[in-house]
Design a protein around this ligand. Structure first.
Ligand SMILES: *Cc1c(COP(=O)(O)O)cnc(C)c1O
Length: 385
């Protein structure tokens, strides 16, 4: 069994993908060009925004978005303690300082109630991350941003087509960024990304900045972060299938929910009411996480931990002097989370195998509970760092 099977997806649309690749080669439209323009138009329409500016990857999209919103040296940006490092490293790259907030107990996302205590005169913006495909509590964050005149960049790298109370994620902030890394819900066959926005000024700046600040008439210095034609053509083919693939993900999540809800010792992921979770990852929690993971590994069932350490406690951020006590929820989640195999082509036989393997583990634990979770996990963060 695979955690994500990209080849299985390719086989379902092989002819279309091969033809799209052949067309790009026939056109020799390798960097930017027609296929890139077509994808930008189609993706903006799909999300429901005015502009899509493509770039090389989802990390650059965050950096470009912050430069476009005028981030300057010494500015502070508030973001979540629980994400991929791209979310915070780009703040530093753009000249700013990431300020981390703890997460919600129920949803793994940035906890809006923690934000205002982190705001200082230097705060410029907030980057909420729709983590695992679950929309962030945007209403509260939008109110805070308005009250303090802060911008919002939605990090939608894991949340293509997720909805928050009827609104598509990526349409609510000043800008939003997407990754099309191969394993994301919409994935290229290499690196790719974009930012979307309804703000003309942000789109204009981002389009120039991502491509050396313009062509011949360089209005400023920029960077080289361009989408290539092959990736755009592949993404254009896949975009048409994204709604059905998203539904398939949700159905697999429903299956896991139903089968795992009653298993003692396992918590299934909560879903924010009124929102459309798109399950980039299906993340359960267990205080016996490491033993469960090992049990599944022995049965050839791959799992993943996203992410094993909260961002502020990584060695990269030692300079901030944060401790596990500052981020109790993110720390607890990091110790207990486990992502199960989930991709649109996952078949029912494999889904059943995953569920049965977890049931077997829990039965074994009930008969022989072993050491308490506190003994096994107590010093994860202090010992490792
Ligand atoms: C994948 C990811 C990114 C970065 O995207 P890349 O295309 O890999 O550069 C940023 N934020 C989050 C939350 C991600 O999952």
């Amino acid at each position: 069994m695979k955690f994500v099977d990209l080849y299985a997806q390719y086989q379902t649309i092989r002819e279309e993908i091969d033809a799209a690749i052949a067309r790009v080669i026939a056109d020799s439209a390798f960097v930017r060009g027609r296929h890139v323009a077509d994808f930008e138009t189609a993706f903006a329409k799909r999300v429901g925004v005015e502009h899509c500016v493509s770039c090389a990857n989802g990390t650059d999209a965050l950096y470009i978005a912050m430069k476009s919103l005028g981030l300057r040296d010494g500015d502070e940006v508030i973001t979540t303690a629980h994400s991929w490092i791209a979310t915070s490293e780009t703040v530093t790259q753009a000249g700013g300082q990431p300020v981390f907030c703890d997460t919600e107990q129920d949803y793994f996302c940035l906890d809006p109630s923690q934000i205002e205590s982190k705001i200082t005169p230097r705060t410029r913006g907030i980057i909420p991350v729709h983590l695992y495909g679950q929309p962030v509590e945007m209403d509260t964050i939008l109110q805070i941003a308005k009250r303090h005149e802060l911008w919002i960049i939605e990090d939608c790298a894991q949340a293509h087509l997720a909805t928050y109370r009827g609104q598509m994620v990526g349409t609510m902030g000043d800008a939003a960024t997407f990754s099309f890394y191969p394993g994301k819900n919409l994935g290229a066959m290499g690196d790719a990304g974009c930012l979307v926005t309804n703000r003309d000024d942000v789109a204009d700046f981002a389009g120039l900045f991502a491509n050396h600040g313009g062509k011949n008439q360089h209005l400023m210095e920029g960077i080289n972060s361009r989408l290539d034609g092959l990736q755009a053509a592949i993404l254009n083919v896949k975009l048409a299938y994204l709604p059905e693939w998203t539904e398939a993900r949700q159905q697999i999540a429903n299956f896991y929910d139903q089968r795992l809800a009653q298993v003692p010792g396992i918590s299934i992921p909560n879903r924010r009411p009124g929102c459309g979770h798109v399950f980039h990852l299906y993340v359960i929690q267990s205080t016996q996480r490491d033993a469960l993971r090992e049990h599944l590994r022995e049965l050839d069932i791959p799992t993943s931990i996203n992410y094993p350490c909260p961002l502020p406690l990584l060695p990269a951020y030692r300079c901030l002097g944060a401790t596990a006590r500052d981020f109790p929820t993110a720390v607890r989640h990091a110790e207990n989370i486990l992502a199960l195999p989930l991709y649109p082509e996952l078949n029912e036989k494999d889904m059943n195998r995953v569920v049965r393997a977890i049931e077997t583990f829990q039965r074994k634990m009930t008969d022989d509970p072993g050491p308490s979770p506190h003994d096994t996990h107590a010093d994860t963060f202090t010992a490792g760092l």
